[in-house]
Design a protein around this ligand. Structure first.
Ligand code: DAH
Length: 359
């Protein structure tokens, strides 16, 4: 009797299960849900009709309807989860990427040769333990000259073709830094030794022709430690030059010279062929940078005791070594933003060639 009374409930469960199984997507699933549980749905109708059931059967019928409602609700929810999972699986499959594939970037920009050289310099000296420090383009006379042992009226000042700015308060006029060497002073004042830094950046001198620009770039190096010798300086610069120019037997010569801020001072030459312009064992020498042991007075100017600490330093022109490395004859195009030149000499930002070559 009870069973027969609830046959319609069994039938609804069976037909709903079949309809759910046949619902291939969420839209079909939603149609089934509305047919059963919606305002005019089959189950909703049965619940509404409970009142018409004879009172003695109502309790059992009500309980059976509630069980059916739970069962259908759960079956409907389960199917929904299945269909959502299937949608996600299909999407994951279609959007699958292989993270081991190399990137295929669309190239939009190239690295300027100056920036590239500065990156290479930083990478090579970085491997030797140097960090890169920065300094302002506008310097006081003291940082640019005085602290570096170039006092007023010193003949070395004449070599610098300095751009002077209007004086601020009766003191010596500030200058556009003529070299990156003031970075040495700033570093020694800011850091306790031992010190290993390079300073790269813009420098300015009133000079303009095929190999000089009023604005150019330098890279300075400074190492301060105990028991440093000329041998350390030489080893460090030979390694740098051979790595940078990627010529493992590049001849390197140290020639006695003079800078006010180093004692002794040396200019550094590399081998090349004057006729062809090719670097290496060409029999000729080309001056490439200045260097020396930091002058005791410069150390003392920065509060470092020269009896306890020694230092060596070097300075070079970024444009110059870039032109030599890449066979560029004229310096001026570096700053002219000519796209044809930039496309020819620019570097792909994602192709780290040079840093893996060398010695
Ligand atoms: N400041 C020098 C210049 O601009 C280059 C230089 C030479 C820097 C010797 C140094 C050094 O640190 O030791 O010509």
């Amino acid at each position: 009797m009870t069973l027969a009374m609830n046959d319609d409930l069994e039938a609804l469960k069976t037909s709903t299960d079949a309809a759910l199984a046949g619902a291939a997507d969420l839209r079909a699933w939603d149609a089934v849900r509305i047919t059963v549980l919606g305002r005019n749905g089959s189950l909703t109708g049965m619940l509404r009709d409970l009142g018409k059931t004879p009172p003695e059967q109502r309790k059992d019928r009500g309980a059976a309807l509630n069980r059916l409602k739970d069962a259908l609700t759960s079956a409907i929810e389960t199917r929904k989860t299945q269909l959502e999972d299937a949608v996600l699986d299909a999407r994951l499959l279609s959007e699958r990427i292989d993270p081991t594939l190399p990137p295929r970037p669309r190239e939009t920009g190239l690295i300027h040769p100056i920036a590239r050289t500065m990156e290479e310099i930083a990478a090579i000296f970085g491997a030797m333990g140097c960090t890169v420090v920065d300094g302002p383009d506008v310097e006081s006379d003291w940082f640019n000259f005085g602290a570096l042992n170039i006092p007023a009226h010193h003949p070395a000042r004449a070599d610098h073709d300095t751009f002077y700015l209007p004086p601020r308060d009766g003191s010596a006029p500030p200058v556009l830094r003529t070299h990156t060497s003031p970075g040495q002073i700033r570093t020694m004042l800011a850091q306790e030794p031992p010190i290993r830094v390079i300073v790269t950046g813009r420098t300015y001198r009133a000079d303009h022709d095929a190999t000089h620009s009023p604005m150019f770039h330098q890279c300075e190096g400074l190492v301060i430690d105990r028991n440093l010798t000329l041998g350390h300086l030489k080893g460090c610069l030979i390694d740098f030059l051979r790595t940078f120019f990627a010529i493992s037997d590049l001849p390197v010569r140290f020639r006695a010279s003079y800078f006010p801020f180093t004692e002794p001072s040396m200019e550094v030459d590399i081998g090349w062929n004057r006729r062809t312009g090719e670097l290496g064992r060409g029999g000729d020498w080309l001056e490439i940078l200045g260097s020396g042991m930091v002058h005791a007075r410069v150390l003392a100017n920065c509060g470092i005791d020269p009896r306890e600490w020694q230092g060596f330093a070097w300075g070079m022109g970024v444009e110059r070594i870039t032109m030599l490395k890449h066979g560029m004859a004229d310096l001026r195009p570096f700053y002219e933003s000519d796209l044809r030149w930039l496309r020819h000499y620019g570097f792909n930002p994602l192709s780290p060639t040079m840093l893996h070559e060398g010695v």
